[in-house]
Design a protein around this ligand. Sequence first.
Ligand code: MSP
Length: 508
Amino acid sequence: MGRFYVTTPIYYVNDVPHLGHAYCTVNADAIARWHRGLGDETLFLTGTDEHGTKVAESAESHGVTPAEWTDRTSARFQEAWRSLNVSNDDFIRTTEDRHYATVRTFLKRIYDNGYIVKDTYKGLYCVSCEDYYTTESLEAGLCPVHRRAVVEMEEDNYFFRLSAFEDRLIEWYESQPDAIRPAAKRKEALSFIRGGLKDVSITRTSLSWGVPVPWDEEHVFYVWYDALINYLTAIGYGSDDERVAEWWPHVHHLIGKEIIRFHCVWWPAMCMAAGIDPPASIFVHGWLLVGGHKLSKSMAGEEDSPVKLTEISPASLTEDFGVDAVRYHLLRDTPLGTDGEFSIEGLTSRYNSDLANNLGNLVARVATVVGSKCGGIGPAPAADSPLVAASEEAVAGALAAWEKFAPHEALEATWRLIGAANAELEATAPWKAEPGTVDDVLGSALEVVRIVALLISAAMPATADEIWHRIGLSGSPADELLPDAAQWGGYPGGLVVTKGDPLFPRRK
Ligand code: MSP
């Protein structure tokens, strides 16, 4: 038992919440829930990134002030996460006073340490990325991420002396080989550092929608520069040193692959410049694609993109398939670290095979046979059941998988146990046997159902609770302590087992 602090990137409020955002948030949520289950004191942070040109432009195009626009859109993210049963402990908005205070304290420290200097900057800027590009890094003259035209910008700016951190960053990478995962992403970031780092412009005078620079109020901080600091705002940097000391050593950032440079190069260097340790770990995930395209609003508007974002908003899917089915699909089908293709067909087929046929079927079958052969009272499990080994393997597999940010593997391990229990029921066919002869088989199947409820509680909390109650247990699997609670033999027997409606009715 220890502490675990997990973060998602904070989402830009120029976009509406879509399935790509949900992918990251649900993964972070499940990881946070798993750690709570292990008894770790857990802090799960998500939020919205509300400054910058892009947001100011969105507000203008909707005829409202940036403040009105950010209030409205930030609320949509909070709503989306509530509807996906996301258990964030805090939701940070970069327009909050607490964030302004932390940003100003943190950057003033970097300034006082001599790592922020004034200079003139000229370059090609992509408003969607809120970032400068060199001519060589453009594709057909356009931003390689958004395929939109870049604009030439010239500004008198403050610069962060990133170049001063090349050696220290390389040393950090070498001394902490697991800090950035997967290994391929670590390699990518490291070779970027080895390629030589340039100082970065961190302030703007061309817009006022940002955090004012404390030592020169005509400038506001560049949106990325304030955004990264949110991870420290939430733990009270600048106002509560004790809290920072408690949580910062345990931080894990979950991020998408296009923001690796900000998180794996700038951010550790900024921390070093301010005199604190770089983040404990950063896990880089891939993208959900639709028809080979990244799911994002900017792409959806383009002619060659078939994506209609509004058709695949998280809410439309949860209304149709149920919250836990969508969560399961997000966690199970696109392993963290790789890209995945989203399709309704893929979701439907996963739903039918894993949820309706395997999990739903196991729970329904056990309850039905306990009804017909045991008068609806669940027997206790057998100590020597052939399912003991399968269950131990599932628990060990899940533990190892969550530890390495591989929810899909944890679920695979759990579904092998479900498969083993279904096969055991097929082999022993208790529905054909005489009442009184099947207690061991049914008690053991109920014990598997109990263990499965514990193992899926992080991924599918409502389903886990429902199953728990159907087999007569009170409370919630989320309140039990893992892995001890998942040891064989915990189902006491003598409890009322209820059949209920199908958990996951088959879909066409
Ligand atoms: N505001 C910045 C992050 C600042 S963190 C200090 C930002 N916001 S974003 O809204 O554009 O993206 C937020 C996250 O959503 C990124 O990690 C990005 O990878 C993720 N996703 C957006 N579309 C995605 C998919 N289609 N698939 C998976 N995740 C993707 O960048």
